[in-house]
Design a protein around this ligand. Structure first.
Ligand code: SF4
Length: 226
């Protein structure tokens, strides 16, 4: 597991709980509005990270009586094949676990749910679950079955029995009211749906416009597996 950041204590990342937050490094998407480019673009990765899995697990062991849970977010946690083992170790300490995902890897999500390695999953739905819409918003074209994966993840989560939240970042001039209604209906009224409004900042598009070699930064060029 590659760790890109760690927050020792947060009151806002898991409803009603005091949690630590682990940021995994790397993502298979390149959403232009992403506010965590340092966790997504290899050129911006910090080489000398202060937190290793060992340091984090030691902290979690020592603070079992002070924290309710752990949030694992990214980047995109599910690109790491050892995610299930990583979550199991956290669960073995007795923590609640919340996992954030872009929904691109229903295979690993199924394994995690089946083995009861999470209590809460929050999934981004970037746009309509159609390939060309996803290619446009996520800035990648190397996952040809992305729409099928997103649909599979939504169905999986809806039937998972764990707490679930779906989220969409609404981009001006892109997400029409009709699109938002479709996504809401697709999720179903029995599941929590959070709409976040687009915010300007040092996003991936910001760095793209800073004339970095964009071709080199694409998922395909960096060899990141879907
Ligand atoms: S899925 Fe998109 S918004 Fe989320 S970390 Fe990856 S690039 Fe950023």
């Amino acid at each position: 597991m590659k760790i890109g950041g760690f927050i020792k204590q947060s009151l806002i990342d898991y409803p009603g709980k005091i949690v630590a937050v682990i940021f995994t490094q790397g993502c298979n998407f390149r959403c232009g509005y992403c506010h965590n480019p340092q966790l997504v673009l290899p050129e911006l990765f910090e080489n000398e990270l202060s937190y290793t899995p060992d340091i984090i697990f030691q902290y979690l062991q020592e603070h079992k009586n002070w924290l309710d849970g752990v949030v694992v977010t990214g980047g995109e946690p599910t690109i790491h094949n050892d995610l299930p083992e990583f979550l199991k170790k956290i669960k073995d300490y007795g923590y609640l676990v919340k996992l954030d995902t872009n929904g691109s890897n229903p295979f690993i999500l199924e394994k995690i749910i089946k083995n009861k390695l999470t209590d809460f999953i929050a999934m981004d739905i970037k746009t309509l679950p159609e390939r060309d819409f996803y290619f446009e918003i996520t800035g990648i074209q190397n996952i040809p079955d992305i729409a099928e994966r997103i649909i599979a993840s939504v169905i999986l989560l809806k039937n998972s029995g764990v707490d679930v939240e779906f989220r969409t970042t609404r981009l001006p001039d892109i997400h029409t009211n009709e699109m938002m209604d479709f996504i809401r209906n697709f999720i179903g009224s029995d599941k929590r749906f959070v709409v976040n409004e687009y915010r300007e900042g040092k996003t991936i598009d910001f760095y793209k416009n800073q004339s970095l070699n964009w071709k080199y930064l694409t998922g395909k060029a960096t060899g990141l597996s879907p």
